[in-house]
Design a protein around this ligand. Structure first.
Ligand code: AMP
Ligand code: GLY
Length: 443
């Protein structure tokens, strides 16, 4: 008889709840275990054992894996990857979905990522320079003119990037910010500001073979019309035909090729396979597709879009990733559109209200609901705890219907929360299409 897999999910946001839901659909009926930083009601309900603790501490994770006889681990967020949790698990013979610390530098160091692509002649980078002093920064800014971006090198939860026009209004401001980054971390990146439309292209990989997921567009800004501060992502959509309406199919091919070439460059650089998910944050420009950044994990919210569509047994894919048999696995996604919308606390992201009760009892169906930064109180009440509270996913034959479904579901949630009504609407998507037409009039 086949052994029942005991799968450990590390992380406790809506992305990890989506991972749990995908595993629960597996015909192999795995037993789920969880480690997280908040008592996520979705994970509490899905896991036979769920513990709170420091998920960035390799010993804490390892002890839990040993005590519970875990047979496979999946790391959701980037911080445990950066802390070497995958290395510790593999060393103790726990097969793990999520790259080792060296390989995760593709996300954890922007300088490393840019340099790797340059060294391996992968033409996805804008003009860039890595600095360890302020010497030469002024000259490089002059070369870039009004199109420049200054980036912290390490993990900053999306807050380390300042873009000309949005956050920086002169070379002097750019130099001041560069000085701050230098004092904090000793290294920073200055690069060309790219103009275009962003999209996410994620791939499953065992280090040799890649299986691509449908492209998704996330929305980073907090408020409607792409205004307000940057967030972790307010919502995302994908289309029934596996394309995005503002992209050409050659854009998607190019992004897939970059993911393939980057995985092969990482293998050559470190002599080790990258086993997990590679997430390319791309931008389609007048000069073709360029890379904004790589992430070493599923996107949040993008995981909700793609996992909701996944038809292949997700556990089988994870087994193929750790066993390096992905070349034998066909990965299929449903031909439907998805719209994911996040409800977030009033004041999010800069001054979110915390500890307020929310009510989901009016929700007509909870099957498309994903809990994020929320906890169950002593009673049956739910309390938001400051970050993105919960997400819903609409799934339908076209985008319009998927959007209407997501909007209906999310408006049934009550509490001091807000969401972006415009994500996935025809009007917003048309703006993306028009923008690309302006940039590429001859296409
Ligand atoms: P990152 O943390 O690298 O994803 O950057 C956060 C956001 O900053 C991205 O989603 C982009 O909107 C913007 N950004 C980063 N790099 C660039 C660039 N080179 N050109 C234009 N926008 C950028
Ligand atoms: N969707 C943004 C992120 O996962 O980083």
């Amino acid at each position: 008889m086949a052994v029942v897999e005991k799968v450990l999910i590390i992380g406790s946001g809506a992305r990890e709840h989506a991972i749990a839901r995908a595993l629960q659909r597996s015909p192999q009926n795995p037993q789920l275990y969880g480690l997280g930083t908040n008592r996520n009601p979705g994970l509490l309900a899905s896991c036979s054992q769920f513990e709170i603790g420091d998920i960035n501490d390799p010993d804490f994770v390892l002890n839990f894996a040993k005590e519970n006889g875990i047979t496979l681990a999946i790391i959701g967020p980037e911080a445990p990857l950066a802390a070497g949790v995958a290395d510790a698990l593999w060393e103790a013979d726990f097969p793990t979905v999520g790259p080792r610390q060296d390989l995760a530098q593709i996300e954890t160091s922007k300088a490393f990522a840019r340099q790797l692509l340059t060294d391996y002649h992968i033409p996805a980078c804008p003009k860039f320079q890595v600095f360890q002093t302020l010497e030469g920064v002024s000259e490089f800014l002059s070369e870039l003119g009004e199109y420049y971006v200054v980036k912290a090198d390490g993990l900053t939860g999306g807050k380390g990037v300042k873009v000309a026009g949005d956050h920086l209004h002169s070379h002097q401001e750019a130099l001041t910010y560069a000085g701050e980054l230098l004092a904090e971390a000793g290294q920073f990146v200055v690069e060309e500001k790219l103009i275009g439309e962003e999209f996410s292209l994620m791939s499953f990989t065992d280090g040799r073979t890649l299986r691509h997921m449908p492209p998704v567009q996330d929305h980073k800004r907090a408020y409607e019309g792409d205004t307000g501060p940057n967030t972790g992502g307010m919502g995302s959509y994908s289309c029934a035909n596996g394309q995005l309406p503002f992209l050409s199919s050659s854009d998607i091919d190019e992004a897939r090729r970059f993911n393939v070439d980057t995985i092969s460059a990482l293998k050559r650089e470190f002599g080790q396979p990258y086993q997990g998910i590679l997430y390319g944050g791309f931008i389609a420009t007048a000069q073709g597709v360029k890379l904004i950044e790589y992430n070493a994990r599923f996107g949040d919210p993008e995981a909700m879009n793609v996992l909701a569509l996944l038809e292949t047994d997700f556990l089988e894919i994870c087994q193929a990733i750790v066993g390096q048999t992905l070349h034998e696995t066909i990965v299929q996604f449903g031909r439907q559109a998805t719209v994911c919308k996040y409800a977030v606390p009033e004041g999010y992201p800069n001054h979110p209200v915390k500890g307020q009760l929310i009510d989901i009892s009016r929700l007509s169906s909870t099957g498309q609901l994903y809990f994020g930064s929320v906890e169950k109180t002593d009673g049956e009440n739910l309390k938001e705890i400051g970050s993105r509270t919960l997400a819903v996913v609409g799934i339908a034959d076209d985008l319009e219907m998927a959007e209407a479904q997501a909007e209906k579901l999310i408006s049934q949630v009550s509490g001091p929360l807000f969401h972006r009504k415009d994500i996935g609407t025809a009007e917003l998507v048309q703006r993306r299409i028009n923008h690309m037409r302006e940039l590429r009039p001859n296409d």
